[in-house]
Design a protein around this ligand. Structure first.
Ligand code: SAM
Ligand code: DTB
Ligand code: SF4
Length: 329
């Protein structure tokens, strides 16, 4: 049975294992629950960029940041569907639409629902990340056929207030509850490399692995340091704070062992990661990535590089898994 009663001590002990032992155990768990030769590919699109009222210290899209990201209006539904068609042609199976909102307003819901319906009708899995949701909004998105909702806990409960002050850790958990109760698959993870301690990383994985149900997808982002954000500037001043590659791989491995059935996504930060580090992440149980040249506002590795990496490593793109037979009907 999948455990949701992990203790902090057990998780700390996993992090403390000799590296090769930890990766070996994670690879065993990966093989027992997944096809280890296949990696799921999601594509991101920022459907509403910048001007966000939240003050997340890592984010280029916050009004508190001086990052040069221009605020835009919500994209037109047709333009979103065009981008989804391109992502499908490039081999992606999931299309994730992100908006720089604290929460969606009522006036945005019809367009957002039309995007979900249109993308699903193309045979792609749908994912959205729109900020906090009320139970009623989650229900409407579920009725439109939304497969996944991304809402990250971002960091440990203890460190949360140092990174974000405009909303609480509990509010994140409340939205995850609303999403789960509406029957939408939860995608939730966070960011490492924000100058946190090992203890914070233990507590971050602990918070995810002890949710009432493990998230279907767990994105592990390495901070993309953006100039003009609190954390991007801090990292520029203290380069030593940047997460060590081996510690990043350890975090992936511990996530894999504690949440064996989840898709663990090697998310933001891949662009500045060596092929060897990415290969170690796949060995340690990462089985999902974001493809395409762009994340939301930051650069990503790009399809050509990913195709070359997959060929070099002998990895295959995973087929879509989620309710698509219904979408095709
Ligand atoms: N506004 C919504 C929210 O915060 O839930 C959705 C979009 S937000 C950009 C999605 C996630 O991207 C954040 O929760 C954070 O984990 C991640 N993220 C944002 N900026 C990042 C950065 N510079 N480096 C790494 N991850 C980042
Ligand atoms: C997630 O955990 N990572 C993605 C997705 N969920 C929405 C976003 C990464 C954003 C990276 C910074 C940027 O592009 O601005
Ligand atoms: Fe807004 Fe999301 Fe960026 Fe926070 S992470 S500032 S909520 S877009």
């Amino acid at each position: 049975m999948t455990r949701t009663d992990w203790t902090r001590d057990e998780i700390a002990a996993l992090f403390d294992l000799p590296f090769t032992e930890l990766v070996f155990r994670a690879a065993e768990v990966h093989r027992a629950h997944h096809d280890a030769g296949a990696v799921q590919r999601s594509t991101l699109l920022s459907i509403k960029t910048g001007g966000c009222p939240e003050d997340c210290g890592y984010c280029s899209q916050s009004v508190s940041a001086d990052s040069g990201v221009k605020a835009t209006k919500l994209m037109d539904v047709r333009a979103v569907l065009q981008a989804a068609a391109q992502a499908k042609d490039a081999g992606s199976t999931r299309f994730c639409m992100g908006a720089a909102w604290r929460n969606p307003k009522e006036r945005d819901m019809p367009a957002v629902i039309a995007m979900v319906e249109g993308v699903r009708a193309m045979g792609l899995e749908t994912c959205m990340t729109l900020g906090m949701l009320e139970p009623q909004q989650a229900k409407r998105l579920a009725d439109a056929g939304l497969d996944y909702y991304n809402h990250n806990i971002d960091t440990s409960p203890e460190r949360y207030g140092d990174v974000i002050t405009t909303r609480s850790f509990q509010e994140r958990l409340d939205t995850l509850d609303a999403v789960r109760s509406a029957g939408i698959n939860v995608c939730s993870g966070g960011i490492v490399g924000m100058g946190e301690t090992r203890e914070d990383r233990v507590s971050f994985v602990h918070a995810l692995a002890t949710l009432p149900e493990h998230p279907g997808s767990v994105p592990i982002n390495a901070l993309v340091p953006v100039k003009g954000t609190v954390l991007g500037d801090m990292l520029a001043d203290t380069p030593m704070a940047r997460i060590d590659d081996i510690e990043f791989v350890r975090t992936i491995a511990v996530a894999r062992i504690t949440m064996p059935e989840s898709m663990v996504r090697l998310s933001a930060g891949r662009e500045s990661m060596s092929e060897a580090t990415q290969a170690l992440c796949f060995l340690a149980g990462a089985n999902s990535i974001f493809t395409g040249d762009k994340l939301l506002t930051a650069a990503n590795a790009g399809d050509d590089k990913d195709d070359a990496l997959f060929a070099k490593l002998g990895l295959r793109a995973m087929a879509a898994e989620c309710r698509l037979s219904e979408a095709a009907e």
